[in-house]
Design a protein around this ligand. Structure first.
Ligand code: ADP
Ligand code: MG
Length: 730
């Protein structure tokens, strides 16, 4: 398939903005401050909003106290200092009929930005100041500067694009629009890497039309189709890069084809003999749920293949992910290889090791080096707090193969950790690891293993990632979902007890303890150092032990405790030597104490929805009724919505969608999880249909060298440097 004629968008990255008639060194420098150095940058520098000149309201018709957008021309401007020494810029603007007073405090630079004659768009609340209309510190878009007003009559259209730069930069929206205009005209027809027939079937406009309508819409209605097309391209690029990455990884990999017998999954309880997996499943306390069986089938199929497994296992809290992970590890061990289970905290690593030891206690593995040719399966723990002698011992066991499964924290990733033959890696609660870290982990598995093969990797997360977000964030992984809870698990009764109603919760804690159950109390999230956090937990425990929970055995767990102390407290709680565990959010992930039936979360509004759902999953695990009490009032509508959602819903995925709604996507793709900075106009929520279509299109285009090269080449220009490494290297 050959691409449509025209100039590839990517090529415009080689044309500097100084190629434009009106851009000299000074303006090029101003553009560079906005991240725009090439024509490519300019075309992908999208307007932040549009002004429809035909629809704007007259100043006179706007009500006081309302937010309004007003277009006016600066008529007079004064700058001075207030009696308190603050800078004050006052201006009068008029929309032709009415005038508006605008004041800016502490924005002295406005004087330079808004000389008399400038045409501006002002957003703010209309106030009354001594009988005149006024705005204080409004948002300002410079539409046409005084000198920029060499009015090109073709440009004074109905709709004006407003660019995100105009506030502080020396460039006005009008100027930027002029450069874009010239860039569009001189670029001519852009090659469209997406075949026309495909665009038509998806109802998408062509690329050139999309760029024109985005920057120079004839009417506001033209913007959305253009945005959709450009959003589609954003998704396709990413999906293509991920698909290519995957292919590269597969091509370069040398994995292990584990010996697997799928019928092992149907082994009857108590049946004797057979593979290690068979013995493990037959001897287990319970039978697999349908979902566990299905997911394990997917995992076994991956393990049997010579290319390394790269699979994401998603399952709500309590859905039984551990069982799946153990089974995968056991398969690896059966072939004489080792397994590694990576946990986010020491408490969890210890807990996993304890349950592994219990679950795998009866299993024996062949070992020619020991008398009888067989020995018990050996499990080691590797955490940062391990004493140096113990550490040396574990490292030796990993290197010579006498340790079969190692459970550890980040300590497993240290340089000196070497394996004889690493077969399977399970990463628990993956959200604590970044995308790039995960990639590195996989790459290192091979270097660290004397066998020189890529381990199979299973990434587990209880964070319900909405499907769309997963496609973007984990698009390079296969995905399995545990969508069924083990039988007998009932939804946790969730109540929000506002200020004054807390006693209801504490009474229930006492009642549950009286019938042999245990309770978690999660301390309020406090700002400050780890020490401050710990101190508040200490005092909260004291308070509770002296008041609401007097007479109960109340323990304490926080991040400043030594690992041995933590383990001792967890052990006491697990064994029933403690009735109540007052904890900071250390317990958030994975802690499994079947007798725990109540969780009280103090100042619940401070926690995110996903985190609250995780915490709630800590209780009611033994087929017993669980209770979750959310304490404290909600100080905002958003917080109220969050707490209400938790009371109303028990579906982690539904809650994740609500969370996305409440917090917006910024936080999902923002900062650490950012990962993908190419989503400038696409919205995971609003454009789900495009994302799904884009994935299919990408799967086809990945075979089409030219189109894929174009799109992936564009992506390279758009993502941040830190992302390039992950996306473009195998
Ligand atoms: P998570 O997915 O949160 O890691 P776990 O693996 O800790 O869930 O399992 C949650 C609880 O359910 C544990 O107490 C576990 O023993 C139990 N469980 C897991 N699988 C089953 C099953 N198939 N039948 C009954 N109980 C199960
Ligand atoms: Mg778990």
């Amino acid at each position: 398939m050959t691409s449509a004629p025209g100039r590839p968008l990517r090529d415009l990255a080689d044309v500097p903005v100084t190629a434009l008639h009106h851009v000299g060194p000074a303006r090029a420098a101003a553009l560079a401050e906005l991240g725009v150095t090439s024509i490519f940058d300019l075309l992908t520098f999208y307007p932040r909003r549009y002004l429809d000149r035909t629809r704007r309201a007259e100043l006179a018709s706007l009500a006081l106290g309302e937010e309004a957008a007003v277009v006016g021309v600066v008529r007079a401007l004064r700058a001075r200092r207030t009696s308190h020494g603050r800078s004050l810029v006052e201006l009068d603007a008029t929309d032709g009929d009415e005038s508006l007073r605008v004041v800016f405090f502490n924005q002295a630079w406005r004087e330079r930005q808004l000389p008399v004659g400038t045409q501006v768009l002002l957003y703010g609340r209309l106030e009354d100041y001594r009988g005149r209309r006024q705005m204080t510190n409004p948002v300002v878009d410079v539409i046409v500067g005084v000198d920029g007003g060499a009015r090109d009559p073709t440009r004074v259209g109905r709709v004006v694009a407003l660019y995100p730069s105009s506030e502080r930069s020396r460039l006005t929206s009008w100027e930027i629009g002029g450069y874009v205009d010239e860039a569009l005209r001189r670029s001519g027809t852009l090659a469209d890497p997406v075949p026309r027939a495909l665009c038509e079937s998806l109802g998408l406009v062509d690329r050139t039309a999309a760029f024109w309508a985005m920057h120079r819409p004839a009417a506001l209605e033209d913007v959305e189709p253009a945005r959709r097309r450009l959003a589609f391209d954003e998704f396709v690029r990413l999906q293509l890069a991920l698909a290519r990455r995957r292919r590269r990884v597969v091509a370069a990999s040398s994995g292990v084809a584990h010996a697997v017998d799928p019928t092992d999954l149907d082994v009857a309880p108590g049946a004797p003999g057979g593979s290690l997996l068979r013995r493990f499943l037959a001897g287990h306390r319970f039978a697999l749920t349908g979902a566990q069986r299905r997911v394990l089938g997917e995992v076994l199929a991956d393990l049997a293949r010579p290319s390394p497994m790269q699979r994401l296992l998603q399952g709500d809290v309590g859905s039984g992910k551990t069982m799946v992970a153990l089974s995968a590890l056991v398969v690896g061990v059966d072939g004489g290889r080792q397994g590694a289970l990576l946990a986010p905290t020491e408490v969890l690593a210890e807990q996993h090791a304890a349950s592994l030891r219990a679950d795998l206690a009866d299993l024996r593995v062949p070992d020619a080096r020991v008398l009888g040719g067989e020995r018990p399966l050996s499990i080691a723990v590797l955490t940062g707090s391990l004493g140096s002698r113990a550490r040396v011992g574990v490292l030796a066991g990993l290197a010579d193969g006498s340790v079969d499964i190692v459970v550890g924290t980040h300590a497993l990733l240290q340089e000196d950790v070497r394996f004889a033959a690493l077969g399977v890696v399970v990463i628990d609660e993956q959200h604590r690891f970044g995308v790039a870290q995960r990639a590195e982990l996989v790459a290192r598995g091979r270097e660290r293993s004397d066998e020189g093969r890529d381990p199979d990797v299973l990434v587990m997360t209880a964070t319900p990632i909405p499907r769309t977000a997963a496609m973007v964030t984990f698009g390079d992984l296969d995905r399995s979902v545990l969508d069924e809870m083990p039988a007998g698990r009932q939804p946790v009764v969730t109540r929000w007890l506002g200020a004054g109603r807390e006693s209801e919760g504490w009474e229930l804690v006492r009642a549950e303890v009286a019938r042999g159950r245990r309770a978690f109390v999660v301390c309020p999230l406090v700002e400050g150092s780890d020490r401050v956090v710990a101190a508040s937990a200490v005092s909260e425990r004291e308070r509770l032990a002296a008041t609401e929970l007097a007479g109960l055995r109340v323990g304490l767990l926080h991040g400043q405790m030594k690992p041995a102390e933590k383990e001792q407290v967890m052990g006491a709680f697990r064994d029933g030597a403690l009735d109540v565990l007052v904890a900071t959010v250390v317990i958030e992930v994975g802690v499994d104490v079947p007798e725990a039936s109540v969780i009280v979360i103090e100042d619940a509004w401070r926690f995110g929805l996903a985190q609250l759902h995780q915490l709630r999953g800590r209780v009611g695990r033994a087929g017993d009724r669980g209770y979750c009490f959310l304490l404290g009032d909600a100080p905002s509508d958003e917080a109220r919505a969050r707490l209400t959602a938790l009371v109303d819903s028990h579906d982690g995925f539904a809650l994740a969608e609500i969370d996305l709604d409440l917090r917006g996507e910024g936080t999902l793709l923002g900062t650490r999880q950012r990962g993908r900075s190419d989503l400038r106009v696409a919205s995971l929520r609003g454009d789900e249909d495009l994302l799904v279509a884009a994935r299919d299109v990408a799967a086809n285009l990945v075979e089409d060298g030219d189109a894929a090269d174009q799109l992936v080449g564009e992506l390279r220009l758009l993502v941040e440097p830190s992302e390039v490494g992950f996306l473009f290297q195998g």
